[in-house]
Design a protein around this ligand. Structure first.
Ligand code: CTP
Length: 477
């Protein structure tokens, strides 16, 4: 073995691994720790305090080994999945997963694998990527010995994503692996090796048999990477993005008319996403960046006087948000509503730049954005992607002014999380009416009067205003 590949097994788990090796010795079976755990140790990114799952492979019965390990560890928590020949032992907050090495092939006419007992190499070659096919031996005699028939350690060093065997076979066995290949490339900043990438391009359509839940799990991991544009570029170029998010692919392209061109909204969106990612780990703020211009293609117009416009893309994008979230398997609760709100409001702050803008417009924005006003401002700042430094500076200064305005108005009027000081009951009593549309109309009048600065945000003043409204109606009658 290459001396450079010799790595120490993390101390926190050495005793545990030795116990597993001993149990395997007693059963006369070989046992190995495999997969993500080994990969992450080589990458230097394994956080032993954060580790929850560790995978083990044995040549023989995984269930037998699990039972014997549980006995040695004094753990009563063993779950056996007989159908799959696997077993799980819970120990000190860890899920230890045991499986017998398998030779697995898939029949084209059925998704059910034919499972036969196999060697360690059989098990490794049916894994998704070379970097995920590393194992360490746990038996006493060979404790810590690396088994790396597909040169995963070399690929880790060269920062390469590649399948252990013919990529088409690997992806045919489980098409989600194409998403995983992109996800690992994005997380690790690795390059997908040519043959593997070509196979993804060829087989991207096979993603259609994968559930949206599995796809979105991988996609969200890409969204949460340090620089998400890297993963999205791979998703676009591989043809995977088209399979589940065609609206985003349609953002691509530049039209030129009368010598005027608009920016490519796909690359702009990715820049906005990277800008948000640089300042926030909030997955949903990142989704707001992805969605903010999503409805630009159908709202695109050209006129000689105005050039390229995308009027209404904010409202249409907000309208599309639940539909797209449902299809992607994203939540439809407050998280969707938050994204929808930011998409709907993303043009509003910049409209407040002019000195002539009334406090009323500022109050309305604070009211509509509520506690998400700071996130909205983060998104809007991220939306500045001009290459012209002078312009960028100008826009940033404008935002500083808008932010100042918002702070001043907010301090003065306390509009955030505003509730109408006049209740429906007040209105019904004063107007002597039963519940009906009139109550809503009067409530709106009071809200507008407060936001427009006609009356202060105060119950007594608002009540006087209500009485006056009643009087005016009386006079008209
Ligand atoms: N695996 C695979 N094909 C899949 C999923 C997983 O071959 N579609 C294999 C890989 O060898 C992987 C192991 O199963 O290392 C465990 O998978 P999982 O726990 O999903 O991922 P990890 O590699 O542990 O990485 P992460 O925790 O980042 O998801």
């Amino acid at each position: 073995m290459d001396k450079n590949t010799q790595i120490d097994i993390p101390q926190q788990h050495t005793t545990l691994f030795k116990t597993i090796g001993k149990a395997a010795d007693e059963l006369d079976q070989s046992a190995y720790v495999v997969g993500g755990y080994v990969r992450d140790v080589y990458l230097g990114r394994l956080d032993t305090d954060d580790t929850t799952d560790i995978d083990f492979v044995t040549i023989g019965s995984g269930i037998q080994l699990a039972k014997s390990v549980a006995k040695k560890l004094g753990s009563k928590d063993v779950t056996v999945f007989k159908k799959f020949g696997t077993a799980q032992v819970k120990h000190n907050g860890l899920d230890l997963e045991f499986v017998g090495a398998r030779k697995e092939s898939y029949r084209r006419d059925s998704r059910k694998p034919i499972v036969e007992n196999g060697t360690l190499k059989d098990d490794q070659l049916r894994r998704d990527l070379t970097i995920n096919a590393l194992s360490w031996s746990l038996n006493e005699e060979t404790f810590g010995l690396l088994q790396d028939p597909f040169h995963g350690v070399q690929d880790l060093k060269n920062k390469i994503i590649r399948t252990p065997i013919d990529p088409e076979k690997t992806f045919e066995d489980d098409p989600l692996r194409m998403m995983r290949a992109v996800r690992f490339a994005a997380q690790l900043k690795f390059t997908i090796e040519d043959e593997t990438f070509s196979a993804i391009q060829k087989m991207a359509h096979r993603l259609s048999i994968i559930s949206k839940e599995r796809i979105i799990e991988e996609l969200n991991k890409i969204v949460l990477t340090h620089k998400p544009s890297y993963g999205f570029e791979l998703l676009l170029k591989s043809g995977l993005l088209e399979q589940f998010f065609p609206e985003m692919v349609k953002l691509q392209g530049v039209d030129v008319k009368n010598g005027q061109r608009h920016k490519d909204n796909f690359w702009h969106t990715l820049k906005v996403l990277d800008n948000v990612a640089a300042v926030s780990d909030n997955l949903w703020l990142r989704w707001a960046a992805i969605m903010h211009d999503i409805a630009k293609p159908p709202t695109k117009r050209f006129s000689k006087s105005a050039g390229w416009t995308f009027h209404g893309h904010d409202a249409l994008g907000a309208k599309w948000t639940p539909k797209i979230f449902r299809r992607l398997g994203l939540p439809l609760d407050d998280r969707m509503k938050y994204v929808q709100k930011l998409v709907r409001l993303h043009l509003r702050p910049i409209a407040l730049v002019s000195d002539e803008v009334s406090d009323s417009a500022v109050r309305r924005l604070i009211y509509e954005a509520g506690d998400d006003i700071e996130d909205l401002m983060t998104l809007c700042r991220a939306d500045i992607t001009s290459k012209n430094e002078w312009r960028v500076q100008k826009y940033r200064n404008n935002f500083d002014r808008v932010e100042k305005k918002i702070k001043t108005v907010e301090k003065k009027d306390k509009i955030r999380n505003w509730t109408n000081p006049i209740s429906g009951e007040d209105i019904m009593e004063v107007f002597d009416v039963k519940p009906g549309p009139i109550v809503g109309k009067v409530k709106d009048k009071i809200k507008n009067a407060i936001f427009d600065g006609e009356i202060p945000n105060d119950r007594d003043e608002a009540y006087q205003y209500l009485l006056k409204l009643k009087e005016d109606v009386g006079e008209k009658e």
